[in-house]
Design a protein around this ligand. Structure first.
Ligand code: FBP
Length: 550
């Protein structure tokens, strides 16, 4: 296979580890904290996880661990959307496995959770992993979004593991995938099956975080990649001075990516879904706000600008939130009839006829392309696929109408020519930044330590990330402590609670203090491409979100 000069050079990058993990594996011991309760719905979580709730937090310290000498056959899967650094999680896991005992084996199951169910795997060898170190993508073993929830699936996984001598599983994934990890860990414990399961916090969305998980991996690289592109567009806008660019950014529900990119690039406008909900803003209020800034700039002769739109915005607009829940109910109650319909037009009409009252009104007021996107398939976890809803186009349409009215009323004398963009898939497989390369390698290495200490139902935790890697703190927290109950596919289910943008958190407060100035006077900043070699303040910088939060 032909490889690029950058890829070749990145093979030799040696990721940094937390100081404690540099010791011999048999000298790393788990120190236990107190049992961790979930933040809410404790009795429901306790009922669903009788064997793995509550568990104690863990931090590694120097000591003695004889268990690490046993022979491990570890199964690893990559699950959910791609995020830069996944290959390094596997590299860290592989290196720790082999360092503990060269007879240990690492099996990479193909295509996500379904690989575990179907028994499709390859053995990870040193030659194989060496050709993926510090590279982006999940292509070493692929990924998928299958939800593990039925007894039939669990029995198949058990059979596959027993046929292949697997005694440990590592699930690298986001909130839904780590929910899978917790459910599987509980199943094995409850059925006295000697297989331990741990998770690793992945997602570019940045919504899998708490005190012990300061960042999910991939957020750093993805938001820096989008910021580079936004900066380039800002410079183009500031050169030509004739377009407004509306840029929708991935991130699913939470607006962390949009907020981080705004802090990096200082656009004219950035919408934040969580604020829209807190202010109870309608879609028309949002369009009013955007139009007021376009008019303010246009009246000053600046007929250009950049507006960032988080892809999950629509789910936070109260009228749409209610509408999406109502559509989910219609789909859950009429699954067979709905799935039998062939065209999107038939599906739109079907849903429209089943909706009632204000939900029907809201749905019917939307352009056909948004209606079609709202009724299109949910993912296997029951989530609306917000990456397919073109909110930025809806906002452009509405702003155009508002500006026409303002012009008529003499309140606006500029020109509005808008272009739309969507940045999502462009950032998910980028070469990991040095931060993500180090962090991911550490998460994988640390995941093995959790298994080597006999733990199950934990997520790998590496924290104190603002400090140099040598001072990072390694350990684990029980996945069940991160859960709450949510409606999924028409039923209440235990799932990991998403961490949304906190309006009283430092990143949002900083943005809110600056945004009017950025709107009134062009203040764009141009972050440029991620750098892998050069001054540390350029190459090893974390995200502004992480720097402000910790
Ligand atoms: P995860 O939550 O699995 O990490 O996925 C992140 C994400 O990139 C979201 O930002 C986006 O909405 C979604 O995946 C797109 O999913 P798909 O890859 O299935 O189109």
């Amino acid at each position: 296979m032909e490889i690029s000069p950058l890829q070749k050079a990145r093979y030799s990058y040696q990721p940094k580890l937390p100081g404690i993990l540099c010791s011999s594996i048999t000298a790393i011991e788990a120190e236990y904290g107190s049992p961790m309760e979930s933040q809410c719905d404790q009795s429901a979580i306790a009922a669903d996880f009788p064997c793995t709730y509550p568990l104690r937090s863990v931090r590694f310290k120097l000591g003695r661990n004889d268990l690490a000498q046993k022979t491990f056959t570890v199964a690893v899967i990559l699950s959910g959307g791609q995020a830069p650094g996944g290959h390094n999680v596997i590299a860290g896991l592989f290196d720790a496995c082999k360092k503990a005992n060269p007879a240990n084996r690492l099996l990479g199951f193909l295509g996500g959770p379904s690989g575990l169910v179907d028994g499709a795997y390859i053995e990870i060898t040193s030659d194989l992993i060496d050709s993926y170190r510090n590279s982006g993508g999940f292509d070493i073993i692929g990924s998928g979004r299958t939800k593990l929830e039925t007894t039939e699936q669990f029995e198949k996984v058990t059979k596959v593991c027993s046929e292949n001598g697997v005694n440990s599983i590592v699930i690298i994934g986001g909130d839904d995938s780590n929910t899978n990890a917790a459910v599987l860990a509980e199943y094995f414990r409850a059925n006295k099956i000697a297989i331990n399961v741990v998770g690793c916090p992945k997602t570019i969305d940045g919504d899998l975080k708490n005190e012990a998980i300061e960042a999910s991996f991939g957020f750093d690289t993805a938001s820096k990649t989008y910021s580079e592109l936004i900066g380039n567009i800002e410079r183009d806008a500031n050169s030509a001075k004739k377009y407004w660019h509306f840029i929708r950014l991935m991130g699913r529900s939470a607006s962390h990516i949009a907020l981080e990119c705004a802090l990096e690039t200082q656009p004219s406008i950035c919408l934040i879904g969580e604020e829209v909900e807190a202010r109870n803003m309608s879609i028309s209020d949002i369009a009013d706000y955007v139009a007021s800034i376009v008019a303010l700039r246009g009246n000053n002769g600046e007929n250009f600008g950049v507006c960032l739109v988080p892809e999950g915005l629509i789910e936070f607009v109260p009228q749409f939130k209610a509408l999406i829940l109502a559509i989910n109910d219609v789909l859950a109650a009429n699954e067979a009839a709905f799935n039998a319909l062939e065209s999107l037009d038939q599906k739109r009409s079907f849903v429209s006829a089943k909706l009632e009252g204000i939900n029907a009104e809201a749905f019917n007021s939307l352009p056909a392309f948004v209606q079609a996107q709202l009724v299109s398939d949910r993912d296997p976890h029951g989530n609306v696929q917000v990456s397919k809803i073109e909110t930025e186009k809806l906002i452009i349409d509405m702003v155009e109408t508002k500006l026409k009215a303002m012009k008529k009323a003499g309140a606006y004398n500029g020109k509005f020519s808008a272009l739309s963009h969507f940045f999502g898939y462009e950032g998910r497989c980028a070469f990991p930044s040095n931060f993500d390369a180090d962090y991911c390698y550490s998460l994988g290495y640390n995941a093995f330590l959790l298994l080597a200490n006999g733990l199950t139902g934990y997520i790998s935790s590496v924290k104190n990330l603002k400090a140099p890697a040598a001072s990072w703190i390694a350990g684990g927290i029980p996945i069940t402590s991160m859960m709450n109950m949510e409606m999924r596919n028409g039923a209440l289910k235990p799932v990991i609670k998403k961490a949304l943008v906190e309006l009283d958190g430092k990143p949002f407060k900083h943005f809110a203090a600056m945004r009017q100035a950025w709107a009134e006077k062009t203040s764009f900043t141009y972050p440029g491409a991620i750098q892998y070699w050069g001054p540390s303040e350029v190459c090893d910088r974390t995200t502004i979100t992480l720097a402000l939060e910790h």
